[in-house]
Design a protein around this ligand. Structure first.
Ligand code: ZN
Length: 137
């Protein structure tokens, strides 16, 4: 806003130095355009403030909607929430992407192949977690 005020002040200073009616008319036109810009700038600032507030509210709502329950058991991160359709699923505790266990293999591994793996019986652990009391929605 400081530049706008400086511009208005400069126009007023130039107007006081004007030598004829054409100069005064020209300075008045510049001053009018400057005031219009100042008004537009104020409106943009108000809109920015509204958008920043709206964005913060939307981020908060999105965070609430995406909130998940998380349990760490036997070295595996288990999550339940909207993206797992309310079911407990295994995730890599290192990179938080889904984990899986190939049938017949004793290792649970990260699907992103980040290198994380742990020996576990995933179906048995999921059955235990499914029977636990949690803060279900
Ligand atoms: Zn991983």
């Amino acid at each position: 806003m400081g530049a706008m005020k400086d511009l208005v002040d400069l126009c007023q200073d130039l107007e006081s130095r004007a030598r004829n009616h054409e100069d005064i008319a020209l300075f008045n036109k510049i001053q009018s355009l400057t005031l219009s810009l100042q008004s537009d700038h104020a409106e943009m600032l108000e809109r920015d403030v509204r958008l920043i507030q709206e964005n913060a509210e939307l981020k908060k709502r999105l965070s609430e909607i995406q909130a998940e329950e998380i349990i760490i058991r036997e070295g595996i991160e288990f999550r339940r929430g909207p993206r797992t359709l309310g079911e407990w699923l295994a995730f890599c505790p290192k990179c938080h992407l889904p984990a899986h266990q190939i049938r017949g293999n004793e290792w649970v591994q990260c699907t992103a192949v980040c290198g994380w793996q742990v020996k576990a019986d995933l179906p048995r652990t999921l059955a235990i977690i499914g029977g636990m009391r949690t803060t279900a929605r």
